[in-house]
Design a protein around this ligand. Sequence first.
Ligand code: ATP
Length: 374
Amino acid sequence: MHVAHLSLADFRSYARVEVPLDPGVTTFVGPNGQGKTNLVEAIGYLATLGSHRVAGDAPLVRQGAERAIVRAAVVQGERQQLVELEINPGRANRARINRSSQVRPRDVLGIVRTVLFAPEDLALVKGDPGERRRFLDELVTTRSPRMAGVRQDYDRVLKQRNALLKSAATARRGSGRVDLSTLDVWDQHLARAGAQLLAARLDLVAALHPLVDKAYEQLAPGGGPTALEYRASMGPMAAAGPEQLAQALLGALGEARKQELERGITLVGPHRDDLVLKLGELPAKGYASHGESWSYALALRIASFELLRADGAEPVLVLDDVFAELDASRRRRLAELVAPGEQVLVTAAVDEDVPAVLAGARFSVSDGTAVRAS
Ligand SMILES: Nc1ncnc2c1ncn2[C@@H]1O[C@H](COP(=O)(O)OP(=O)(O)OP(=O)(O)O)[C@@H](O)[C@H]1O
């Protein structure tokens, strides 16, 4: 698929901008702080309903404006769809497909698919487990948009359960009492949604690993092997489907209950899991060099691209400011690996940062405008 047109209103630094796009490579070039990343961030938002740079929506709305609108014409084979998201910080966002009446924002998931490379990706390797969970869940949702609903259910149940545990812990400290009769029901809900999420993550990790290993070898020959180890907060699990995982989660919640009541939070479940990235025998986090960590992060993204491609859903590849971060050989290898993508969008401060193999259309970005230069 590719994005044929991007239109923004009050998004980040843009009051209004219209960007017609072709398949193949397009580069956005311009000095720092002119709005290059803002353009690709908007496309990423359509794909994930989130930004790769910030957790909340408020910074995405142009200062002084109330709402931002991101609209894109998306071409998939013979089919063209118009997707529109209205970002309303503090209130519900709205979405429309083909100018229809309103749909839920999550209904647009799956229309735009992206794999986005950005300097922030280093955190996939060096950062907290939350970074890796987000990576897994975004990819799970891109592959199977219905999982966005499962994730939402899980988060909602977790919030309710945590509120109950917290009030129990507070009451306990003050020698008061809280009615815990609903806790078993929350456990059931949490285990059911959690098991679906867990099963999807485990499938993903199994499919991803050979592709990560191959990509790592291409980027840093002889530097592997890599291993992806899913570390569940409920302890080691035998491979299992959602039913067995739900039972295992329920059992683990039972075992953790005393401690959870004391601490006032949910201690087991997918929200506490990690994906341990290994290089050789050692975890990359804490052991890998800066260059190795970069290669690992890139390998995770390249593997995501290959996986989506193998699913038959060619994603848009976004390379946001990554070439400036890489040495010459990684730059060249990465460029060669992504060049065949149906649509590749690159941002760079200067043309020299972009390898020659990625020659294509070029936009000059400055001061709230994006003008096609070649
Ligand atoms: N909500 C907002 N309202 C107005 N301006 C914003 C908003 N969010 C970001 N900006 C502005 O957008 C600019 C940053 O844009 P962007 O990150 O796209 O830059 P860039 O061209 O990619 O720069 P670099 O090459 O440094 O990465 C900054 O000047 C920032 O002040």
